[in-house]
Design a protein around this ligand. Structure first.
Ligand SMILES: Nc1ncnc2c1ncn2[C@@H]1O[C@H](COP(=O)(O)OP(=O)(O)O)[C@@H](O)[C@H]1O
Ligand SMILES: [Mg+2]
Length: 279
């Protein structure tokens, strides 16, 4: 963990309700979560516990008809917003991509199949940063280098189907970082990848977090991934936080019976999944 930070998110009492009267579904029931810069904040829990909805709500991408409550405050070197939920759609659109970016389990979901990597990397940059075409291209090359895509100049001319899943996730990360956001929401970023390429992506996220002072929310049902990478871990169940603490505390000395059961269900003891060991 790094020291005092000037950027990040604070969720307080975040609620999300879906459905009409008589058929109300409480998806999030008052989530408290800090996502500071220079740190990887892990969000764990079984499928359906509300992890993805938490990430989507932060980005203002919750399903149509959702009702949100509580506050999400956001601070970066450029701007301070006491509550993202109070922003008008226009204000939220300006923040999304620019300040807060998201990557998903399936990188092809966030990539356009018919556009070159260059077009996809430079679009957001030109929109948010108002840079020229040639400057955008320079930045695109630098970004591909930063995420370790081999031969960036050739990669810019290619289309998504010409890359492997692992390379595509690196490209999706580069696109997410194109407008220099302060927060990256990574929802199951390695779940769809071969185990052999997972560690490389996780190592990259760690490096980006440390070098860019990024606030990363790492959403994963995989406590093995969590124990290898996250600085702090929050465990959710049925839309509530059941446990929160440092990685060490949550993995080694879980307080809730639910977290304990999740850890006991791991195929390998989590101690084997240290950064030094796995990554
Ligand atoms: N578009 C949607 N409309 C209604 N309910 C949804 C929608 N998406 C997810 N849900 C429900 O919200 C709850 C939380 O889902 P989700 O955040 O996707 O869980 P997780 O990412 O932890 O697996 C689940 O009960 C799920 O069925
Ligand atoms: Mg999910």
């Amino acid at each position: 963990m790094s020291g005092p930070t000037t950027q990040g998110l604070e969720l307080r009492g975040l609620t999300l309700e879906l459905g009409a009267k008589g058929n109300l579904k409480q998806i999030l029931r008052g989530i408290d979560l800090d996502i500071p810069g220079g740190s990887i904040t892990g969000l764990a829990g079984e499928s359906g516990s509300g992890k993805t909805m938490t990430g989507l709500a932060i980005c203002g991408l919750q399903p149509a008809g959702s009702r949100l409550g509580g506050t999400i405050s956001y601070t970066s070197p450029r701007t301070t917003t006491p509550n993202l939920l109070a922003l008008r759609p226009r204000g939220m659109n300006a923040l999304r991509g620019r300040e807060i970016a998201m990557i998903f389990q399936d990188p092809t979901a966030s990539l356009h199949p018919m556009m070159t990597i260059e077009a996809q990397l430079t679009d957001g940059m030109r929109h948010h940063l108002k840079v020229s075409r040639s400057e955008a291209r320079e930045r695109a090359l630098a970004l591909l280098e930063r995420v370790r895509v081999p031969d960036p100049a050739t990669a810019l001319r290619k289309y998504p189907h010409q890359f492997s899943g692992g390379q595509l996730q690196r490209i999706a990360i580069a696109i997410a970082l194109a407008a220099e956001p302060s927060v990256l929401i990574a929802d199951e970023p390695t779940t769809a990848l071969d185990v052999t390429v997972q560690a490389g992506i996780l190592r990259l996220l760690r490096e980006l977090c440390d070098t860019l002072d990024l606030a990363i929310l790492l959403v994963t049902h995989d406590l093995g991934v969590m124990s290898a990478l996250a600085d702090t871990v929050t465990v959710m169940r049925y839309g509530e936080v059941v446990e929160h603490g440092s990685r060490y505390q949550v993995i080694r000395e879980p307080r809730s019976a639910y977290t304990k059961a999740l850890i006991d269900a791991l195929p390998h003891p989590p101690e084997e999944n240290t950064m030094e060991g796995t990554l």
